[in-house]
Design a protein around this ligand. Structure first.
Ligand SMILES: [Zn+2]
Length: 298
């Protein structure tokens, strides 16, 4: 906007000087002279042309501001998914520019995106050693830096937002080398690999998200070549969020309690956790389980 005002002032000063000159010409040349008429026409064209440039510049700056506001929509330093959208509500058929991709690490995949232990594993796990460089996948800005629990959840993690529309998450880190609000370039080392949070060995848990909802990184990245399949990735509700939709819509599963059962035994048998069973059934670990009771296990 500053630039626009400056340009406008310059343009105004320029117009004054042009018309000032004409005044002095006017004194010598009689009106109706063809040379003079031509000169006026030229100056008028010049002023019109400059106005067009100024208008275009104003429009460009407005567009930039609009892009900026889209980038900062739902900008929150604490919420993993600040969008709060259902999968059916995200923008369909959105083209993501992946041309500046850089692999966060170049190691083997040890666990895939998909249902795991009655939850959805929302990312891909890559083997790393503690202290390995973890790099930003695209240009972007740090939305969340969290020095979390050493035992629970993601542990130490970073979430970046990218101008291409994606967000990427890097978890179980041993050290974070960036701050919230910091701008980063694709390939920049943002953290060191580790084993913090719910993790049974050093690995990088890597997620790609669009408007808060995880997409299987394998849809975008070839983990054999450590490159993107295409410079443009098309986000579609049907294609990009299929696993997510299947998981969300998967039917509930029940189990009839037998004599001698306890919550931990039931949880183990159904590859879930005691905490989750308690939450699903609104019970506590102290609730007495009578044989024959139906418990929801997923
Ligand atoms: Zn993981």
């Amino acid at each position: 906007m500053k630039n626009f005002i400056l340009n406008f002032v310059l343009l105004f000063a320029f117009s004054l000087s042009v018309f000032g000159q004409q005044d002095s010409v006017d004194a010598d040349v009689p009106s109706g002279d063809p040379i003079f008429a031509g000169a006026i026409e030229l100056e008028e064209q010049k002023v019109v042309f400059d106005s067009l440039v100024a208008a275009q510049m104003a429009e460009d700056e407005e567009n930039e501001a609009e892009e900026d506001s889209a980038f900062f929509e739902n900008w929150d330093n604490s919420k993993l998914n600040p969008y709060g959208l259902k999968v059916t509500e995200v923008t369909d058929s959105f083209v993501v520019d992946c041309s500046n991709f850089c692999p966060p690490t170049q190691n083997v995949v040890t666990s895939e995106f998909g249902p795991r232990w009655a939850r959805l594993h929302c990312g891909i796990d890559l083997r790393v050693k503690v202290g390995d460089s973890i790099r930003a996948a695209f240009d972007g800005k740090v939305r969340i830096k969290r020095v979390g629990s050493r035992r629970k959840g993601y542990g130490y993690f970073v979430l970046l937002r990218h101008p291409n529309g994606l967000e990427t998450l890097y978890a179980h880190l041993s050290k974070i080398l960036v701050e919230a609000e910091q701008e980063v370039k694709a390939g920049e080392v943002i953290a060191l690999g580790g084993n913090t949070g719910r993790s049974t060995g050093p690995h990088l848990h890597f997620e790609t998200r669009y408007q808060g909802i995880p997409i299987n990184p394998r849809n975008i990245i070839d983990f054999n070549e450590f490159a993107v399949y295409d410079d443009n990735y098309l986000v579609t509700i049907k294609g990009s969020f299929k696993e997510w939709t299947d998981y969300v819509n998967s039917p509930a599963k029940y189990y009839k309690v037998r004599k001698g059962d306890c919550l931990s035994k039931i949880a183990k048998r159904h590859r879930t956790t005691v905490k989750r069973i308690c939450r699903l059934n609104r019970i506590t670990t102290k609730t007495v389980l009578r044989p024959g009771r139906r418990l929801r296990v997923r």
